[in-house]
Design a protein around this ligand. Structure first.
Ligand code: 5GP
Length: 116
């Protein structure tokens, strides 16, 4: 499947849509989720154009995981959470709604957040 340049996260990366940015480097961007499952719900995306983790280059995947670790530590500390959930869907059939690969960072238990 070809990458859709008009997806929301591609527009955020091009600066055509705003976001609440929490971290950015050469290869990745982290920002707050617009419909958080819990306080502190943050998204991490690579700047490389890829719909799912399966199409992402190994270099971009490594950079993304590095940022996920960094941001997850900061979110966990900032929210005073005992643990942090990392979630990542690949493909609409798996529950992915925005077709640019992203990791969800949710303080605490995602299952618990979803039950509220
Ligand atoms: P998915 O279901 O694809 O794994 O998650 C997509 C996530 O993107 C959802 O949690 C949703 O709330 C978030 N989202 C959708 N549109 C926007 C937006 O315009 N800005 C931000 N910051 N998050 C968005």
């Amino acid at each position: 499947m070809s990458y859709d340049n008009n997806n929301i996260f591609a527009k955020i990366l091009r600066g055509e849509m705003s976001c609440l940015k929490v971290y950015e480097d050469e290869h990745t961007l982290a920002f707050m989720d617009i419909m958080p499952q819990a306080d502190g719900h943050t998204l991490v995306i690579p700047k490389e154009a890829a719909e799912t983790l399966l199409e992402l280059s190994d270099d971009a995947a490594a950079a993304t995981i590095k940022t996920v670790k960094k941001v997850a530590k900061a979110v966990k500390q900032a929210m005073g959470a005992e643990g942090v959930s990392l979630v990542q869907f690949n493909g609409a059939a798996a529950g992915q709604t925005v077709p640019h690969i992203h990791f969800h960072i949710v303080p605490g238990s995602l299952a618990e957040a979803r039950s509220h």
